[in-house]
Design a protein around this ligand. Structure first.
Ligand code: TEU
Length: 548
């Protein structure tokens, strides 16, 4: 049975503001992405997830949409978009738009008319009159109350993110029809699907009741998985997403692997669900800004939970970093002593687990977290809100910011060793990370054994190996917790990955003869028949064929 294209694909996420600037204003843009399409083709990716490029005041760098049918001025025009889409399609690279419809910008026409009480827009958002403060105790993901008082309407409005991101009222059928029309507009333009931003938040509990006080975010039990979520998603699917060639990837913070099964698979309204279990492992008791370490066992369990729940019905969405997360080589690897080894080991996990891998811009060259000695350069609204709320001075929270800020993954793409890493001829909107002379795409492509080459080779091997694209997954149990080892099986072929998640040598017993096909050490235990005791060096990864 032929599988949908998106189950065979490797996807690449582009954060347009930081990818490539064509006109020297210091901000990435669509023509800049167009200039780099051959780079994507050479890497071997099959699809691009383009973070929002719609007209936006950029309060949350595009996740605050002011017009869903026009392109943000700094990024270009609809004609530029069409040029990019054509160039991608000419290279058999598909494009997913980022559908941000849990909320709009407060500068969207709908909200401007809604706050003036104009019908029908007066009911496009959640408005509540309240004499004694916010209507309930819900908190914004970005800190503070989820309600802001509007002087024009003389009422509070709900925003689960920034106050410039008012939540749409999905109970209103007009809102749901507007979203269908937005999807159809972009599908008619030729896009191949959508990544759907916080799509599990669109249904809120009846009556908007108070949440149970907690240390993370008060109210989540009333909006992470609301009473009409399945109905809204099914309606949207049936109206505009039913074609199996259209991919719909739902970002669902707070949704468990077990619950995710209800949204994917043959009868589900979505193709895939973006999970969060593995990206909150280092959140301490007080959340993101109270970081702790990630244990190898915790890392494995977080990923395997989703593998197990989606093994029979559903399809995992695989990622290790994106524009909301710190760089994976800094978070899960060692970006100093074992930069190459840990980045390529993580590539092996990402590209040989079952599911569709998403590579985030710069991950393929091992871009690292940045340093932010001066908080005045920070741009991420979540980080800035945290700094505004904390009583600590910056020196006391700098480590947490440098470990967790979303600006870590939003620094400009490091193209080469020239000024501003080849990203712009102007002043970049966010400083380039100062290791760009060593870490950049140009030098990586010239080298025979760079992280980029490893990604390219493994993406190519994956494309040639049905067991990695379609195979079942079985975890190898009798290995140390520090080793992530699993076997992919399809049509009689067995392919094993052994990944040492740590900087310590790990002993593994290989009970059947295997031949290494891909190894991430420059003197890999590659091509040999391995059987019996195997010593995995720090962050060593081996992809092996079973030979008997
Ligand atoms: O992110 C949802 C979300 O919850 C993340 O913001 C992340 O979990 C958060 O930073 C918690 O620390 C989506 C987009 O990916 C993100 O960029 C937007 O800021 C957010 O929704 C609002 O649209």
């Amino acid at each position: 049975m032929s599988q949908p294209w998106w189950t065979e694909a490797v996807c690449y996420q582009i954060y347009p503001r930081s990818f490539n600037d064509s006109d020297g204003d210091g901000v990435g843009d669509l023509p800049g992405i167009r200039e780099r399409v051959d780079y994507l083709d050479d890497l071997g990716v099959d699809a691009v997830w383009l973070s929002p490029v719609y007209q936006s005041p950029q309060a949350d760098h595009g996740y605050d949409v002011a017009d869903y049918r026009s392109i943000h001025d700094e990024y270009g025009t609809l004609a530029d978009f069409d040029d990019l889409l054509e160039a991608l399609h000419d290279r058999d690279i598909r494009l997913l738009m980022d559908l941000v419809v849990n909320h709009t910008s407060d500068e969207h026409e709908w909200f401007e008319r809604s706050r003036r009480g104009e019908k029908p827009y007066d009911e496009y958002y959640y408005w509540r009159e309240s004499e004694d403060g916010p209507p309930n105790n819900w908190e914004s993901t970005f800190g503070g109350s989820a309600w802001t008082y509007d002087e024009t309407r003389e009422a509070y409005y709900l925003h689960l993110f920034d106050e410039k991101q008012p939540d749409l009222n999905w109970r209103n059928p007009r809102v749901r029809e507007e979203v269908q029309d937005i999807c159809q507009f972009w599908l008619d333009r030729g896009v191949d699907g959508f990544r759907m931003d916080v799509i599990n938040l669109i249904s809120k509990a009846e009556g908007l009741p108070d949440g149970v006080p907690n240390d993370m975010q008060v109210g989540v039990e009333h909006f992470w998985d609301g009473p009409n979520l399945e109905a809204y998603l099914q309606e949207l699917h049936d109206a505009v997403l039913a074609d199996p060639a259209i991919v719909a990837v739902g970002e669902m913070p707070g949704i468990s692997a077990g619950r995710a099964q209800d949204f994917v698979g043959e009868d589900g309204p979505l193709s895939m669900v973006i999970s969060f279990d593995h990206v909150v492992l280092d959140w301490g008791p007080d959340g993101r800004w109270d970081p702790t370490d990630v244990s190898p066992g915790g890392f494995q369990r977080a990923l395997l939970t989703w593998q197990e729940h989606l093994a029979e019905n559903g399809w995992p969405c695989l990622y290790l970093e994106n524009h909301d997360q710190p760089r994976s080589v800094s978070r899960y690897g060692d970006d100093e002593t074992y930069h190459y080894e840990s980045a390529t080991m993580l590539a092996t996990v990402l590209l040989t687990l079952r599911g569709t891998p998403f590579v985030y811009q710069g991950q393929e060259i091992g871009m690292t977290n940045a340093s932010f000695p001066d908080p005045s350069v920070l741009e991420d609204v979540e980080t800035l809100n945290f700094l505004a709320e904390t009583d600590d001075d910056y020196a006391a929270v700098r480590d947490a910011v440098e470990a967790q800020s979303r600006d870590n993954s939003r620094t400009p793409m490091q193209w080469d060793g020239t000024e501003q890493a080849g990203f712009t001829t102007g002043d970049p909107w966010l400083p380039v990370t100062d290791n760009y002379h060593e870490i950049n795409a140009a030098s990586a492509r010239e080298s025979d054994d760079s992280i980029w080459q490893f990604y390219r080779e493994l993406i190519e091997f994956r494309a040639e190996t049905p067991a990695l694209r379609r195979g079942s997954l079985a975890v190898l149990e009798d290995v140390p917790e520090a080793v992530f080892a699993f076997e992919r099986t399809h049509d009689g072929r067995h392919v094993r990955s052994y990944c040492n998640l740590t900087d310590a040598i790990q002993e593994v017993s290989v009970e059947v003869p295997v031949a290494t096909v891909v190894g991430n050490y420059r003197d890999p235990q590659a091509g040999e028949s391995l059987h019996g005791d195997l010593e995995l060096r720090p962050y060593e990864a081996l992809v092996c064929d079973l030979t008997e």
